[in-house]
Design a binder for this molecule. Structure first.
Ligand code: PLP
Length: 230
């Protein structure tokens, strides 16, 4: 199957899941998680109408930007962002989805202020409270949102999450529902219901995420094929 055929098949499944949940398929965006795939693959996804591309590694993204890999689609940063690499990302991407610490938030504010721009971000929720994973613990998200509201060069557009990889299906769905509840709560309390993105769901679970309320899914291998780690 080609990248465009994969995208078309995923869009159909996304639409079916949306309709099942009584939602409009048009309100759910498909982000291609293009890590370890080359500029040609990214361009094929853009040509097939992907809503955005998401990258995980700064160095890889910088190299692919130089090859015009993303021209024609918004670019998101979705991976763990080290503070010393923030300046290579702020202003280069439309959305940083993976803001999971107050230190990183402060660093993004500083870099965006220097450029005199407002950087769109999502707050990452560590819904499984995993030690090794970045992201705010669920009970810390409101405090993080308040901290972000005090940053004039940062605009929070919503939340992002990656549930524990080993969760059973029903447990995974429960994580999605919890993050959705948090999204609705904080959106109403602090953001006048102006949030745009609840980013959750990957190749194996994007339909469940949509049924639980996702407005944005990040799909890699189901679009680009299996990644080969060497
Ligand atoms: C790689 C990645 C994805 C996509 O994973 P697949 O299982 O290949 O769909 C989504 N989100 C993030 C943050 C990723 O790093």
């Amino acid at each position: 199957m080609s990248i465009s055929e994969n995208i078309a098949a995923i869009r159909e499944k996304m639409a079916a899941a949306a309709r099942e949940a009584g939602r409009d398929p048009k309100e759910i965006l498909l982000v291609g998680a293009s890590k370890m795939n080359d500029a040609e693959a990214c361009k094929a996804a853009v040509a097939a109408g992907i809503d955005a591309l998401g990258e995980n590694r700064v160095q890889e993204m910088t190299a692919k930007l130089a090859q015009d890999a993303y021209t024609g689609a918004p670019l998101h940063f979705i991976g763990h962002l080290q503070r010393n690499k923030v300046r290579q990302v702020v202003g280069k991407v439309d959305l940083i989805q993976s803001v999971g610490s107050l230190e990183l938030l402060a660093e993004i504010e500083k870099a965006a202020a220097k450029l005199e721009i407002v950087q769109d971000i999502l707050l990452e929720v560590n819904i499984g409270m995993e030690e090794a994973k970045s992201g705010f613990a669920p009970h810390m998200v409101e405090e993080a949102a308040k901290a972000a509201l005090a940053c004039p060069h940062v605009r929070v557009q919503g939340l992002m999450t990656i549930p524990p990889a080993d969760a059973a299906r029903e447990e995974n769905c429960e994580y999605f529902r919890k993050v959705c509840a948090l999204y609705v709560d904080i959106n109403g309390k602090l953001f006048h219901n102006n949030f745009k993105y609840l980013s959750m769901g990957m190749s194996g679970d994007y339909e469940d995420a949509i049924r639980a309320g996702a407005t944005m899914v990040r799909v890699g291998s189901a679009i680009f094929g299996q990644r080969h780690y060497s």
